[in-house]
Design a binder for this molecule. Structure first.
Ligand code: BTN
Length: 224
């Protein structure tokens, strides 16, 4: 069972859990109404104004949260009749515009990682920043659902996914991840899939390679 802890304001729910994880348990959820220093991937800041922002703590060292977290959001949106896709590794897009981002961080004990923090930010309304508006989508454009309604759906779907085996989860992720052309250092590559380690698989003519991490820019051509 997920247990919810709500705060009026925090700098970052991920940072809060990193600092206080000893005081919390597996599947505790830290939700804040206002996040003043939200962080995104690659040390970028995350615009948390108008967003649903929370982080979940998981004990153990399973790597499947990269897949599960995206699917839990995708299915929660589907429960509200919103169609979304996954942009590798775990951005959620509606009509090619980003509605949610996920920041997954590990807590190590010595050399082995023992806990994982899954931080989720969802645009409930459009971001205030005009530059972001071009590439962003917001939940309010598609449903009247409240933040708490969306959060409950995500947690319900997460709960179901946690009982499924890895292969089942992986196959679902694979069927929802966008397989477009992408541009890498000026060259077009075709996404052909994602492997079980979560690396992106791309192809150009007869050459195939893996992308381990990074930000990709999707092109328009989609791999059937
Ligand atoms: C990204 O798209 O780069 C990931 C964005 C993740 C933002 C969420 S908001 C809740 C949690 N706390 C943070 O500081 N970041 C994540």
């Amino acid at each position: 069972m997920f247990k919810l802890y709500q705060f009026d304001t925090l700098e970052s729910t991920n940072d809060y859990l990193k600092e206080h994880h000893e005081a919390y348990h597996d599947k505790d959820v830290i939700l804040t109404l206002k996040q003043s220093k939200g962080r995104g991937r690659f040390d970028r800041s995350w615009d948390s104004e108008n967003a649903l922002t929370f982080s979940i703590l998981f004990n153990g060292n399973k790597n499947h949260h990269v897949f599960i977290s995206s699917l839990a959001i995708l299915y929660a949106l589907r429960d509200h009749d919103i169609h979304a896709d996954i942009k590798w590794p775990n951005d959620l897009l509606i009509n090619n515009k980003k509605v949610a981002g996920i920041l997954i961080e590990k807590i190590y004990s010595g050399d082995t990682f023992e806990k994982i923090i899954v931080g989720i930010g969802i645009n409930m309304q459009m971001p205030v920043d005009e530059e972001l508006q071009e590439s962003a989508a917001a939940i309010c454009q598609y449903t009247q659902a409240s933040s708490i309604g969306i959060l409950s759906s995500i947690l319900e779907n997460y709960e179901k996914l946690l009982y499924q085996d890895f292969e089942e989860i992986y196959q679902q992720y694979l069927s929802h991840v966008l397989k477009n052309e992408i541009l890498i250092e000026g060259e077009l590559w075709q996404i052909i899939g994602v492997n079980r380690e979560g690396h992106l698989l791309i192809q150009q003519n007869d050459e195939e390679k893996q992308v381990i991490s990074g930000e990709i820019t999707l092109g328009s051509r989609i791999n059937p």
